[in-house]
Write a protein that binds this ligand. Sequence first.
Ligand SMILES: NC(=O)c1ccc[n+]([C@@H]2O[C@H](COP(=O)([O-])OP(=O)(O)OC[C@H]3O[C@@H](n4cnc5c(N)ncnc54)[C@H](OP(=O)(O)O)[C@@H]3O)[C@@H](O)[C@H]2O)c1
Length: 225
Amino acid sequence: MKIGIIGGTGGMGEGFALRWCINHDVILGSRDKQRAQSVAENHMQTIKNTSFSEKLNGSIRGDDNLSVAKDSEILILSIPYENIQSTCKDIENIISDDCIVVSPIVPMSRNEDGFYYIPFVDGKKSAGTLVAENLPHCNKIISAFHTISEVKLKNIESSLNADTFICTNNKDSLHILNSLISEIEGLRSIYLGPLSLSYQAEVLTPMILNSSKQNKLKHPGIKLV
Ligand SMILES: NC(=O)c1ccc[n+]([C@@H]2O[C@H](COP(=O)([O-])OP(=O)(O)OC[C@H]3O[C@@H](n4cnc5c(N)ncnc54)[C@H](OP(=O)(O)O)[C@@H]3O)[C@@H](O)[C@H]2O)c1
């Protein structure tokens, strides 16, 4: 499967690429094609220095964000919340009708009290809702991965031992993402409901970060037991 990651040069992009390149072709997107290519080469070197090198059936390469959007069967929007509108505007007429678009985006900021969820404080929309509004022709939008620590995702020798909460209006497209989630060791997919509930998953991230900071916990995640 061709997996594209817009903003794939960031930390989450690295984690997704390292985990999924074992079985799939991953294309890292950037506003700067050369940067994407150089980051992709580094990640391929990283994989080759691990025990996964013998099992490698896929690849990681880099390209500009628009080419990535055009070529992908599943497209992860791994970008800051503030850039949803401009990025969606650039890609909305480029992505294929069947493309599954995934938002791990968390609208979060920090003040003197700690991390907070922007929509509750500033009256803005959840990331899942904003992506759907800005990609009106895409009917396969899925919100996921908000509570996964970048550090743990990048450490491919370790199991995540965590859940990820999923929202979508198109349950028929979920099996494809669920299959990718099952390839990340120790990660379980928990379906929450339609995209209108995405805020319930997104809001957990500032909560986790405040808990981590106040209690000196190292990259905690969430699991329903
Ligand atoms: N980090 C975590 O542990 C974590 C956990 C859960 C969810 N998330 C969410 O996942 C998403 C990605 O996280 P991240 O930590 O990887 O993000 P990041 O490093 O801050 O940014 C990812 C990429 O976004 C691109 N970008 C930056 N400014 C942009 C702009 N103005 N317009 C378009 N693209 C821009 C950059 O790529 P180029 O400069 O190469 O274009 C950057 O490498 C975020 O929405 C975050 O809230 C993060």
